[in-house]
Write a protein that binds this ligand. Structure first.
Ligand code: C5P
Length: 279
């Protein structure tokens, strides 16, 4: 069977996200600060005689990890044969990047097993917009373009509370719902990037700049997002959107504050859990 490689595939949060334009290829141009989260899937990759992906969750349709195997095989002239096992903990279609992270872990593990030296970030961008961030292996990064431009930022320990609805939202549907006038100047992203780069981003600073241009579109498709945010705001907690949602998060001052916020949100009926971001 040969050896196997197991990788931890972290979730991500978009601390801030701006949609800056629409590209000729139909995708939207983004500027976003990505942070890795201490919530992760396990991905095990082994050589195989065919392509098989087993996932503890039902992803419906072809697993993005299978697309990753095929993309690396095509780029290196090999047969797309591998055995991938994914132990899913990151909720699906939640805005937490779980599938993209699994795909990146698969690419990295397979490149090691096959001993191929290729530009994984270019291959990653063909697999999915968020995959290059995970391949880059930075705990915190500025991501631009369609997601293919990734620049690491200095790590900053951030305590957050993640509100994890059971609903799913399709990224494509949210982008399709976005109105031209909802694109912002990207001042919130630029300010956050500068503060993180200079190591002077306090929790309060991150909280204020944690804005996401996809929020109005996500709320139109999933009106519950507005109700959850209002319920939290009435209790003094500001909830921001990650990715295309529907997952929301609050930025806490420290671990004790995160526990306090999670308690408040749970009392309001929300599924809230404290996590560390930028891990
Ligand atoms: O690349 P990925 O498969 O993650 O994107 C899913 C869908 O989200 C795309 O088909 C596209 O409709 C939309 N999208 C976009 N602009 C981006 C990323 C995604 O329009 N930067």
């Amino acid at each position: 069977m040969g050896r196997a490689i197991t990788r931890v595939a972290h979730a991500k949060l978009n601390l801030a996200l701006a949609v800056t334009g629409k590209r000729d290829d139909g995708y939207h141009a983004l500027r976003s600060v990505f942070a890795r989260l201490d919530l992760a899937d396990d991905v095990r990759v082994a050589p195989g005689r065919r392509l098989e992906v087993r996932n503890t969750a039902d992803v419906g349709g072809e697993d993005i990890a299978a697309r990753a195997v095929k993309a690396l095989a095509a780029a290196t002239g090999r047969a797309p044969h591998a055995f991938v096992r994914i132990r899913k903990r990151i909720p699906l279609a939640a805005g937490l990047g779980g599938g993209s992270s699994d795909a990146a872990a698969t690419l990295r593990a397979l490149a090691e097993l096959w001993k191929v030296d290729v530009d994984l970030e270019t291959i990653a961008s063909q697999v999915g917009s968020d995959v290059p961030f995970f391949v880059h292996d930075a705990s915190l990064a500025m991501v631009e373009g369609r997601g293919e431009i990734v620049r690491a930022l200095p790590p900053a320990e951030l305590h957050v509370v993640v509100v994890r609805p059971t609903l799913r939202l399709s990224t494509a549907a949210v982008f399709a719902e976005l109105r031209m006038d909802e694109r912002s100047a990207d001042a919130h992203v630029t300010a956050l990037e500068a503060a993180l780069r200079a190591g002077r981003a306090t929790a309060e600073f991150v909280r204020i700049h944690a804005e996401n241009d996809l929020l109005p579109a996500a709320q139109r498709l999933c009106p519950a997002i507005a109700s959850w945010r209002e319920a939290a705001a009435a209790r003094g907690v500001r909830l921001s959107l990650t990715g295309s949602g529907p997952t929301l998060f609050a930025v806490a001052d420290d671990r004790a504050d995160a526990l306090r916020i999670a308690r408040i949100l749970r009392r309001a009926g929300l599924r809230a859990r404290p996590y560390l971001a930028s891990v």
